[in-house]
Design a protein around this ligand. Structure first.
Ligand code: AMP
Ligand code: MG
Length: 352
């Protein structure tokens, strides 16, 4: 399949409008279109068309019991795909939507099983990104969109990375440059009975537990999926579908190190055994680590910078002759919870 690639970095130009129209036309015809959001790139298909959604699973090599998120442009579009809006969801809409958050609500009958994996709930998101919004509005559909990568790989945060994973497998790529947050949306289960004032975070993201706690009575956290994610203090709820799969993995095995000393000691040990090792380092530690294969995660004081570049850094080492990777952990506070969740999965829970 020939994948059409469009530059959509300049909203308001004629080229931009033409690209959006063509993308919308492909979506309505049941084809797949990758597009930027404020989190990562999505691989979009008509969310009301089971056949289009099955194409998404096929293009990504995604397990079919891992449900998709439906993307809408406004509350009118959102209300068509859910059968009920709970009180907690209303509060989240008012505080954080549009934005980097997905809510789980009871599904409406028009949502195909291919989207939900047969569940009676649906995941809904309203991106705050002009290309995503314009494309969804022009298509006039809810757009089903998981991250636009081959299943299991780090999510793409720019158009070239999408192209490397999916060129030849999908109809079009809308290249809007680098995404803002760099990690996937916070997913919040809002299906508790009205009056309960409780939600469960199924996947941490840019909208943090602290932020949700300011508007919701009780914020629970879903069970951790790896040792590196394990932390105490939060009440645990059952795992969500899809959470059992390995995600975000670079090609060489990644191990997380508790601090700089542990990381450097392990680096020396592996080097002495003849291994080629790639180091991910905080900007502050980068200059004094003598390693052939290293890259900077950004300042340890700037979690936003670390999140925005994380997947690109993991993919950077895929092109280098390294046998393994070492990366420091970040404090599990604020956005650090989401970063550690992704690093936990990327490392399969290996931590020293
Ligand atoms: P991705 O599209 O790769 O960002 O992943 C979407 C994630 O959303 C899946 O892995 C599921 O964990 C979650 N999800 C989607 N629909 C539902 C649902 N109805 N209930 C619970 N989780 C869901
Ligand atoms: Mg994904």
């Amino acid at each position: 399949m020939n994948t059409e690639i469009f530059n959509v970095k300049n909203p308001g130009t004629e080229g931009y409008s033409r690209a959006i129209s063509r993308g919308a036309e492909l979506l309505r015809a049941g084809e797949l279109v990758a597009f930027p959001t404020e989190t990562v790139y999505g691989l979009g298909g008509n969310g009301l068309d089971g056949a289009a959604c099955r194409k998404i699973y096929e293009a990504k090599g995604r397990p079919s019991d891992n449900p998709l998120i439906l993307h809408v442009a406004d509350f009118e579009g959102l209300k068509k795909i859910v059968s009920r809006v709970t009180e907690t969801a209303e509060k989240i809409f008012a505080a954080f939507m549009p934005g980097p958050i997905t809510v789980i609500l009871p599904r409406s009958a028009c949502v195909p099983d291919a989207v939900t994996g047969g569940l009676d709930t649906v995941a809904v998101r309203m991106p705050d990104q002009p290309v995503a919004r314009d494309l969804i509005l022009a298509a006039g559909l809810p757009v089903a969109a998981p991250s636009a990568n081959i299943s299991g790989r780090p999510s793409p945060t720019n158009g070239e990375t999408v192209s490397r994973d999916l060129s030849g497998r999908i109809g079009a790529i809308m290249d809007g440059g680098s995404t803002d947050w760099g990690i996937e949306s916070t997913i919040v289960d809002c299906t508790e009975a009205d009056g309960a004032d409780t939600v469960t975070i199924l996947r941490p993201g840019a909208v943090t537990a602290e932020m949700l706690g300011e508007i919701i009575g009780t914020v629970k956290q879903a069970a951790p999926t790896s040792a590196a994610e394990t932390e105490s203090g939060l009440k645990r709820a059952p795992m969500a579908p899809g959470m059992k799969y390995t995600h975000y993995a670079p090609k060489s095995p990644l191990t997380l190190a508790a601090d700089k000393e542990t990381l450097l000691k392990e680096y020396q040990r592996r080097r002495s055994e003849g291994e080629q090792v790639g180091l991910l380092l905080f900007a502050e530690d980068y200059p004094d680590c003598e390693a052939e294969y290293k890259c900077s995660l950004g300042s340890r004081a700037n979690l936003r910078e670390i999140a925005a570049g994380l997947y690109d850094r993991l993919r950077y080492f895929d092109e280098l002759p390294v046998d393994s990777l070492l990366c420091p952990i970040v404090p599990r506070e604020g956005l650090g919870v989401a970063i550690m969740n992704r690093l936990g999965k990327a490392s399969g829970g290996r931590m020293i």
